[in-house]
Design a protein around this ligand. Sequence first.
Ligand code: MN
Length: 236
Amino acid sequence: MKFSWAAATDTGLVRDHNEDAVWPDPGSGESDEPIVVAVADGMGGHAGGEIASRTAIDTASSVGGSPLVRVQAANLAVLDAAAHRPRLTGMGTTLTVVLIDPAGHAELAHVGDSRAYRFRKGALIRLTEDHSYVAEMMAAGRMTPQEAEVHPYRSVVTRAVGLEPTVEVDTFHVDLVPGDRLLLCTDGLSNMVDEQAVARILAADEGPASTAAALIEAANAAGGADNTTVVVVDAR
Ligand code: MN
């Protein structure tokens, strides 16, 4: 199996800098070898968010090993980058890492409220759970999806990379078959564009680069309130 991929990130229309990071670095390409894709959405004052997401992506993309090992290494790297730098104390990041082999076996490791989706035959399936306050409230039946969408705490995550020496990581695998698309995104997309609209964009017969650009454009057309980052991988 071959993969075509594209990655894109955008500051949006409201924020003055981009605290998201992505692997591969924005661009596009093809591969018939195992590929790693990842998104991170950083948080923390004094440039902490940018440093946390960049450190996490640099580590996760270079360290080798399973997605779980990569997320654990990123966790320690972010923690280490904050050590002895009081202004960066408390910085953290979401991190979603996927390793896909040419047989279509995709391994995922995930912390935070960025998301991974598989799009197959017109159906968009979310693969990840949000580790967020509103997701936990909804799971407990104490908040409706409509309330969550507009809740002032909708961006508050309950798990992040870089805060503690160990981090609880969700790991799982899915299989991709030719025709499938994999989407990774930060909450700048998922908070601005509903899943039906995302599915329509993925269903348009466009390559990964045009699709990634269209997703960013949709987030900005909806207000661009946050940084938006996407990775689209097509299995062929
Ligand atoms: Mn965000």
